[in-house]
Design a protein around this ligand. Structure first.
Ligand SMILES: [Zn+2]
Ligand SMILES: [Zn+2]
Length: 157
């Protein structure tokens, strides 16, 4: 027990007493240490509906879709893209199939676009913006039926 903040109440007493910890100023249920450290899952008893925990979960869970403004072929539009936060595609944006591309037979196909997070090296004319102000890299290479195709514009533009 020593070294964990515990101390004997009396030198020869039988009880070990934990020093009182400051309460969190933002909720009635936890100590400051729990809320600052975000370790609600370790706190016992478990408190349902802690406002600090709720706020943290909301902040950590961005919406699963993004409104992303994309310019392709000189036409700028805003589309609703899927924004997976876990698993396949996490960290990417996936648009609906609204783009026109050519497959290897030259025939037009409609495809989705996968956008990756833009970097400093992303050319300005290949940057898309989402409503959260994030910069995304427009990728004109898409896949269709297992083949790589090149996006040339919007399918109904
Ligand atoms: Zn709190
Ligand atoms: Zn709390």
């Amino acid at each position: 027990m020593n070294g964990d903040g515990w101390y004997p109440a009396e030198l020869d007493g039988p009880e070990w007493v934990r020093p009182a910890e400051p309460d969190c100023p933002d909720c009635p249920c936890h100590t400051l240490r729990v809320c600052v450290g975000k370790v609600w899952h370790l706190a016992w008893p478990r408190h349902e509906g802690c406002p600090c925990e709720k706020a943290a979960v909301a902040a950590d869970t961005p919406p699963a879709t993004r409104q992303v403004t994309v310019t392709v072929g000189g036409v700028t539009r805003t589309v609703t893209a899927q924004a997976p936060t876990v698993g396949f595609g996490a960290g990417l944006l996936l648009t609906p199939r609204v783009f026109l591309a050519a497959d290897d037979t030259g025939g037009p196909v409609t495809v989705a676009m996968v956008l990756t997070a833009a970097t400093d090296r992303t050319p300005a004319d290949q940057v898309a913006l989402c409503e959260m102000g994030r910069r995304w890299a427009i990728r004109l290479t898409a896949s269709h039926g297992g083949a790589q195709v090149r996006i040339s514009g919007w399918h109904d533009a």
